[in-house]
Write a protein that binds this ligand. Structure first.
Ligand code: ATP
Length: 254
């Protein structure tokens, strides 16, 4: 479980997030949604200690995240951001480098690291790209390679900021299926910022809906009040394909 307690964050003395309390449930998939510029990426960065709150605290399993040593934290939490620096190396080498938290001056990459690297390349569909340089990939291929790096890191918690950027609709759904599988089979806690609300509603357990730096709603994807708030903010109506199976949603413009 990741908890933000009473968190305040300002850019250049302009308050964006103020006294925010929010919890990301362990073993669940949470999607953060909201209009452009409402603070989704900032919230994600605060939760994975890429930003430090000016006030308040963030806890991972009841321990303040700032108190973890670098490698210990990197064994618990991996993060896929929107604009990652592109490493000048092959895909295989880049995915293997995701194993860095398990290395030390006395231990280099071993069989376990290579096995997990193979697995991560396979499930993300990067296997055939393994000998290409990261700079030679298309946007979508590179995004899959970055995801493979994060899976190789093998952490119980994965944060992703807009993971479907650059991906076509098929690959977007494949990526969501893969993340869902990581959650259901391996119990990973997944928190992702998503612009595509159809993906958010159909793949998350919980939705955090933000507006102007504030949380407008935070609830199960099935919650009617949440649907109402989404409808108000985005001027849409949420419908389910079936009244009995309320697990497949789509949107219509109001
Ligand atoms: N490094 C920064 N310095 C100053 N202001 C920033 C910085 N990063 C973000 N902001 C501002 O903070 C606000 C929230 O940004 P953030 O990236 O968290 O929003 P977002 O909801 O993720 O947006 P989007 O959906 O467009 O990606 C925006 O007004 C943005 O301009």
């Amino acid at each position: 479980m990741i908890q933000l307690k009473n968190v305040t964050y300002s850019y250049n003395h302009q308050p964006l997030i103020q006294d925010m309390d929010v919890t990301f449930e362990k073993g669940k998939v949470t999607a953060i949604i909201g209009p452009n510029g409402c603070g989704k990426s900032t919230l994600l960065k605060l939760a994975c200690r890429l930003l430090r709150p000016q006030k308040g605290n963030v806890f991972l399993e009841d321990q303040e995240i700032g108190t973890f040593k670098g490698r210990t934290f990197a064994r618990k939490v991996s993060v896929l951001l929107q604009n990652n620096p592109i490493p000048d190396m092959t895909v295989e080498r880049a995915v293997l480098s995701g194993r860095y938290p398990y290395q030390s001056p006395f231990k280099t990459y071993g069989q376990e690291d290579r096995t997990i690297t193979e697995y991560a390349m396979k499930v993300t569909g990067c296997h055939s790209l393994r000998y290409k340089n990261m700079h030679q990939l298309s946007g979508g291929e590179r995004q899959r390679a970055f995801l493979a790096m994060r899976l190789a890191q093998d952490t119980p918690v994965i944060f992703l900021d807009e993971p479907t950027t650059y991906l076509d609709i098929n690959v977007s759904y494949e990526m969501m299926e893969l993340l869902r599988e990581q959650n259901q089979k391996l119990g990973k806690t997944i928190v992702m910022v998503l612009h595509d609300m159809t993906l958010a509603l159909n793949y998350a357990d919980y939705i955090i809906l933000m507006e102007n730096g504030k949380i407008k709603a935070c609830n199960s994807v099935l919650d009617d009040e949440l649907h109402h708030c989404i409808g108000e903010i985005f001027h849409v109506k949420i419908q389910s394909f079936s009244e009995t199976d309320r697990s497949q949603f789509y949107f219509v413009k109001r």
